[in-house]
Design a protein around this ligand. Structure first.
Ligand SMILES: CC(C)(COP(=O)(O)OP(=O)(O)OC[C@H]1O[C@@H](n2cnc3c(N)ncnc32)[C@H](O)[C@@H]1OP(=O)(O)O)[C@@H](O)C(=O)NCCC(=O)NCCS
Length: 206
């Protein structure tokens, strides 16, 4: 098993502390504060139902296994604790009818000013490039608002949509690793990284 990020540049403690504070203070992902909100323990049953579709959970190695209401509640509780420590965030996207239409799971390594974004859209919303645009905005927010210097992503070898998405947003392929799921099983993953400077050049960040 290989841990990510592959690139690890230690940052001064003041910078790491600023990232922890930004994570601990975050309440929504990206500029559109109406679209996403932090997951709360009361969301466990609805979030479990959302995740139940294999088109959502199958490609994602970071979700709890087995997927039960209790394991999803524990997953949310763990992210509440991660937010307090400044090392992780879990957001739900809610549609006009009040249903969960997507989620985003951020893992942050303040000591390396690095982060990872995972997540999924409801299958009704997949295949329309909404995920591409949502990911672009989320990555920009991670550099801009959280103050990261590096984003590292993984995808299973057959997750062509995610591969296309990351290649298209300017990420560099870093090779193949073995990722471990919550139940200890493993899967091969492709790894991508992008630095703040590479993102700025590609997306003209100020
Ligand atoms: C991954 C996900 C967020 C992508 O969002 P999306 O809006 O559905 O993405 P799309 O299918 O519209 O397209 C993404 C890109 O892949 C391309 N693509 C779609 N299907 C493809 C396929 N079978 N082979 C190759 N490329 C494909 C699209 O043309 C698009 O490329 P472009 O940006 O150059 O136009 C979304 O599909 C999802 O939630 N999937 C399930 C969970 C998951 O895999 N999460 C990521 C792992 S953490």
């Amino acid at each position: 098993m290989t841990r990510i990020p592959l690139t690890r540049n230690p940052v001064p403690e003041a910078k790491a502390a600023a990232i922890r504070a930004a994570v601990a203070g975050a309440t929504s992902l990206g500029p559109d504060s109406g679209a996403s909100r932090l997951a709360a323990l009361e969301d466990a049953a609805a979030f479990h139902e959302f995740l139940g579709d294999p088109q959502i959970h199958a490609p994602i190695y970071t979700l709890p296994r087995p997927l039960t209401v209790d394991s999803v509640r524990a997953f949310i509780a763990d992210h509440v604790a991660q937010r307090e420590r400044g090392t992780g965030l879990l957001f739900l996207t809610i549609d006009e009818q009040g249903r969960i239409s997507g989620y985003s799971d951020l893992c942050i390594w303040p000591e390396w000013a690095a982060g990872e974004l995972g997540g999924a859209l409801h299958p009704d919303r997949q295949g329309q490039r909404r995920g591409v645009e949502g990911a672009r905005q989320s990555f920009a927010w991670m550099f801009d608002t959280l103050g990261l210097d590096l984003i590292c992503e993984t995808a299973s070898l057959d997750n062509h949509r995610t591969a296309h998405l990351l290649d298209g947003l300017g990420f560099s392929r870093m090779g193949e690793i073995v990722s471990q799921r919550a139940d200890g099983t493993t899967r091969p993953s492709l790894v991508w990284e992008i630095t703040r400077e590479q993102w700025r050049k590609k997306h003209l960040l100020p």
